[in-house]
Design a protein around this ligand. Sequence first.
Ligand SMILES: Nc1ncnc2c1ncn2[C@@H]1O[C@H](COP(=O)(O)OP(=O)(O)OP(=O)(O)O)[C@@H](O)[C@H]1O
Ligand SMILES: [Mg+2]
Length: 250
Amino acid sequence: MAVKLVLSGIGKDFLIPVIDTVSFSVEAGEFVCLLGPNGCGKTTLLRIIGGIEPATRGTVLLDGKLVVADQRHDRPVGMVFQEDRLLPWMSLRDNVALVLKPLGRPLAERRAIANRYLGVVGLRGFEDYYPGRVSGGMRQRAAIARALAIEPDVLLMDEPFASLDAQNRRIMQNEVRRIWRETGRTILFVTHSIEEAVAIGTHLIMLSARPARIREAIRNDGRVERAKLIDDLNAMIMEEVERQQGGASL
Ligand SMILES: Nc1ncnc2c1ncn2[C@@H]1O[C@H](COP(=O)(O)OP(=O)(O)OP(=O)(O)O)[C@@H](O)[C@H]1O
Ligand SMILES: [Mg+2]
């Protein structure tokens, strides 16, 4: 089941303020792409939503329930990181099956679920392969299968295709769109690529320079011509990058 995600006044201070105030809602089944300059707090924001990192201020509601860092939530969240984080000594099947262990599923069932989700991401026939024996794109697919296997209500993806070449990236963008259509998950997807965000997101959120605020939130419904939208977003991100670099030299 897809669920609604609500961020209200989220802020985070490390040694410096990283996130000023960020509030937005993601309706069940939306595909939101999050953009923003390097180091503006995108990963931190995903970690807060995923309950890995506590916020300094504000609240995250998942299906109306408060997310508390380090506490298990009954609405699971799947995370896909920039690196695939697969264990090299385990087959792709066992890598995926491993995340089902804490859910108390018996081994045969865990393996069956792993096989199913490896199939969903196009890895049928590669279940017994080790991560070192498949391509980067295939490893990233396995990481996506691992996130999907827990049947999360929300999928948080942090630049999952950053290490892929252009061709694999396009293939994976299509795959994620297909998985999103077929599984109806709520997706929050961080990317540096404006073209990628415009190609795959139903909604686009541009963060400002650090400390992050929302610079712009756009419904990507094709009303603005794609080339113009890309130009506008490129101009915005350049301004924010300059603002952030200006801030750093103070
Ligand atoms: N655990 C931490 N302790 C202290 N500072 C941190 C910690 N995690 C992140 N930061 C700082 O918070 C800021 C934002 O980091 P974050 O990784 O969230 O940015 P980002 O937008 O994901 O960057 P990138 O585009 O490079 O992935 C950075 O200045 C970083 O140094
Ligand atoms: Mg990051």
